[in-house]
Design a protein around this ligand. Structure first.
Ligand code: THU
Length: 131
């Protein structure tokens, strides 16, 4: 799947966002090193802290489909060009990313910027690298 298609999967997921409280729909799509793609939207709750992010939904789909290593991520929010994954999602994504995973920051038209995931989450908390 091309980067444009990964973006399209993120945007389609954004259309499914359940965000009646923030009115800030977000979509994310992740591609694994086997080429599988999983997408997700944010899902909010009347008890506000119980809602969760689009990236987290996408990871849930990946794990339930058998897991994988994430090598490419696209995130889009209609109200914010170049949305960045929140801190919690950076940690959750880092559990599954490959060392050279790419993050595509998008607006509603497509990818605006691509950065290494490692550049936005250096020195992640990781139980295997305890010194
Ligand atoms: N949100 C995401 O889905 N992903 C992020 O990386 C940042 C924030 C959602 C959470 C909430 O539903 C809405 O955006 C406003 O914060």
């Amino acid at each position: 799947m091309s980067t444009d298609e990964l973006f399209a999967a993120a945007k389609a997921a954004m259309e499914r966002a359940y965000a009646p409280y923030s009115r800030f729909p977000v979509g994310a799509a992740i591609r694994t090193d086997t080429g599988a793609v999983y997408a997700g939207c944010n899902i909010e709750n009347a008890s506000y802290p119980e809602g969760w992010c689009a990236e987290t939904t996408a990871l849930g789909h990946m794990v339930m489909a058998g897991g994988g290593r994430v090598c490419e991520i696209a995130v889009v929010a209609e109200k914010m060009p170049r949305i960045m994954p929140c801190g919690g999602c950076r940690q959750r994504l880092s559990e599954f990313t490959t060392a050279d995973a790419k993050l595509h920051l998008c607006d509603t038209e497509g990818v605006v910027e691509t950065v290494p995931f490692s550049s936005i989450f250096p020195r992640a908390f990781d139980l295997e690298s305890r010194a």
